[in-house]
Design a protein around this ligand. Structure first.
Ligand code: SAM
Length: 352
């Protein structure tokens, strides 16, 4: 077990430079291991948990979240089932339904963001075998320490890190699946957090993220008012703006009595592709691209009406006529001699 954990410490990169960290003996020696960056920065490993947090870089809001959970792990662990009890559903089967959405194989490499005390982590680990990997991170040492205890007898290759989702200590294009439940609303910059998640995901990886947010159509009910009295996080807006441009097959479900959302998507590349170059039939003609990129200044309504009549008589599209007439006109111009003509055009327009 210890071996597999040590092996997986090899995954870490410096959260700032993203340079690979090497495991080495601490300067004091005595068999204590440390993670060292090529530029000499040392990160400690505390009880098998890599501490890759750079406290000076943590945003105030994330620090508040961190402080909130430090010393609260036991209490969290003992009370969290109440969230599911409130809605008369079984916690493990509900969490398993969310994990199903990751489409895991036994050999998948999985990252769990803000794993907390590991209530999902244990369920995820049961989906993998020794060819898979489960990496868990959280900003709170108290929370992740409790999670780590649950992995004492786990033979699935795994690692734990204390780190900030906004500066993940994992390499680019590594994971087949990234999962997070119950934490997005606490992050200081959700757009940046999602960018980091996409960075560490392979193309085609599955991302599943859930958190509190009661939908707008329930916000005038006592149901909503009671829930937000127990936890203001239910007021959080649905975080549509943080979904990255590269998200594909995106879907959003409301779950747990419509009080949480689950956003799932596959990591694609860049913007969705489309054919904006086919010829559009009809009097305007052109393509979606020419209509978008080829816009010119306006003309008077009278000229426009005459032009419409002209192209109707000629049997060409507006695009074809404009393209020909403007190209011809430009062809007749001596572009190099433009500076001489500039004055004439100015003189003419001043005379108007
Ligand atoms: C409500 S708990 C959810 C824990 C767990 N995922 C679960 O479902 O029980 C929120 C977790 O988010 C973690 N967290 C908050 N801000 C974070 C950040 N910036 N980076 C990583 N973890 C963070 C907290 O430490 C806490 O463990």
């Amino acid at each position: 077990v210890v071996d597999s954990q040590i092996t997986l410490q090899n995954i870490f990169v410096d959260p700032k430079t993203k340079l690979k960290l090497e495991i080495s003996d601490t300067i004091e020696g005595k068999g204590k291991k440390t993670l060292r960056s090529p530029d000499g920065v040392e990160y400690e490993i505390i009880d098998g948990v890599a501490n890759l947090l750079e406290p000076q870089e943590v945003h105030e809001k994330d620090q508040i979240a961190r402080n909130f959970y430090e010393g609260r792990a036991r209490q969290y662990e003992d009370n969290l089932h109440l969230t599911f009890l409130t809605h008369g559903i079984d916690e493990n089967s509900t969490r398993n339904e969310f994990i199903d959405k990751l489409g895991l194989k036994k050999s998948s490499k999985v990252l769990e963001i803000a794993c907390g005390t590991g209530r999902d982590s244990v369920l995820i680990s049961k989906r993998l075998d020794k060819s898979g990997e489960l990496h868990m991170q959280d900003i709170s040492f108290d929370m992740i320490r409790l999670c780590k205890h649950k992995f004492a007898d786990c033979s699935i290759p795994h690692s734990h890190s204390i780190s900030d989702v906004h500066r993940l200590p994992y390499p680019d294009d590594y994971f087949d699946a990234v999962y997070s439940f119950g934490a997005l609303g606490e992050f200081s910059d959700q757009v940046r957090a999602l960018k980091e998640i996409v960075r560490v995901s392979k193309k085609g990886a599955k991302v599943v993220i859930g958190d509190e947010s009661v939908p707008v159509w329930l916000r005038s009910t006592d149901y909503y008012r009671i829930l937000k009295e127990t936890n203001p996080m239910f007021e959080a807006p649905l975080p549509l703006m943080c979904i990255p441009v590269c998200a594909r097959n995106t879907s959003i479900h409301f779950v747990i009595g419509e009080s949480f959302y689950i956003i799932e998507f596959t990591v694609g590349e860049g913007e969705p592709e489309a054919n904006f170059n086919f010829k559009i039939p009809g009097p305007r003609g052109g393509t979606y691209n020419t209509r978008y990129f080829g816009k010119l200044e306006g003309i008077t309504m009278e000229t426009k009406a005459k032009l419409h009549e002209l192209i109707r008589l000629k049997g060409v599209s507006m695009h074809e006529w404009l393209e020909t007439v403007i190209s011809d006109a430009i062809g007749k111009e001596n572009l190099n001699g433009y500076s001489n003509e500039q004055q004439q055009i100015k003189d003419r327009s001043q005379g108007e």
